[in-house]
Ligand binder design. Structure first.
Ligand SMILES: O=C(O)CCC(=O)C(=O)O
Ligand SMILES: [Fe+2]
Length: 285
């Protein structure tokens, strides 16, 4: 279930009855997500040595529509009738992809693992799973623990003092921020699997997750981020590649590869190009 922006605590779409009674709570949660994203975007701006509000002013939903989306997800376990045709080594819950926006917040529940990331090529991945995930190729997928600090085998309720009862929020960089920063910040390729150990346990778990995809305002022009850190990265990349731009960077070559005289892509256009690349003519997604 996807929720677009809430306005004055109201969804701008019809909600099913079961959710309509919680509309105000969900709107409040979406607002907290927006604020959390803003704090992270400020920290990223500090790291890039640009004015701290460079990103947040461009994401402010009070100044115009953004592409931000709140998503509630449910994945049945392998013991559900809806997964009766499940084939290990073939089926995944969500295929490999990177998210489209600037940053993504992912909320997971204790005891419901399944997220895997594809570490950058050349990364030594000691956690790589070929045995406990449904890896159907030789790629080096790395499982992401829901609670990274938990001792292996410890029951979820037995969290040690000082640990939080709920898992931390997982933050992913999205394609748009990767494009905006010329690939210095990298969007993470990830997928969701049926983790073998957990799904073979006596009571395989369904997975529920909540995702908040944070996007800038639609009209934001993706001009190069005015950051010397990004500029130095771009120069270094160009040296390595002999001056050639790399179209794969942020899907389109990166904001800094803009040809003279051409206008910058807007956030809306970047999103539409990613949707078109994924779904072809089916742009309704
Ligand atoms: O459910 C998850 O853990 C991840 C979902 C996801 O990657 C997405 O909806 O883009
Ligand atoms: Fe995702």
């Amino acid at each position: 279930m996807n929720f677009g922006e809430f306005q004055n605590g109201k969804a701008q779409q019809p909600l099913p009855q079961s959710l309509a009674t919680h509309e105000a709570e969900i709107a409040h949660f979406a607002d907290l997500c927006t604020r959390t994203c803003n704090r992270i975007l400020k920290l990223l701006a500090l790291g890039l040595e640009i004015p701290p509000d460079f990103f947040t002013t461009r994401h402010d939903p009070h100044q115009g529509p953004t592409g931000s989306i709140l998503r509630y997800l449910y994945y049945p376990s392998i013991s559900s009738p809806s997964t009766a045709t499940y084939k290990h080594d073939v089926d995944v819950r969500a295929g490999a992809h990177s998210d489209y926006g600037s940053i993504t917040l992912l909320f997971q529940r204790p005891g419901q693992p399944g997220l895997e990331i594809l570490p950058p090529a050349g990364t030594d991945n000691n956690n790589a799973s070929s045995s406990n995930s449904s890896d159907n190729n030789s790629t080096n997928w790395a499982p992401v623990p829901v609670q990274p600090n938990q001792q292996p085998g410890a029951a979820e309720e037995e969290s040690k003092e000082g640990e939080y009862a709920f898992p931390p929020i997982l933050v992913n960089i999205g394609d748009l921020l990767s494009y905006w920063t010329d690939g210095l910040l990298k969007s993470t390729v990830h997928r969701v699997v049926f983790p073998l150990l957990e799904q073979r346990a006596p009571s395989p778990q369904d997975r529920y997750s909540i995702v908040f995809f944070c996007h800038p305002r639609d009209t934001t022009e993706l001009v190069p981020v005015p950051s010397e850190v990004v500029a130095a990265y771009r120069r270094q990349r160009q040296m390595v590649q002999g001056g050639e731009g790399d179209e794969r960077v942020g899907f389109g070559g990166g904001a800094g590869a803009l040809q003279p005289g051409k206008r910058a892509l807007t956030a809306y256009e970047h999103l539409m190009s990613r949707l078109a690349a994924t779904y072809g003519e089916r742009k309704e997604a």
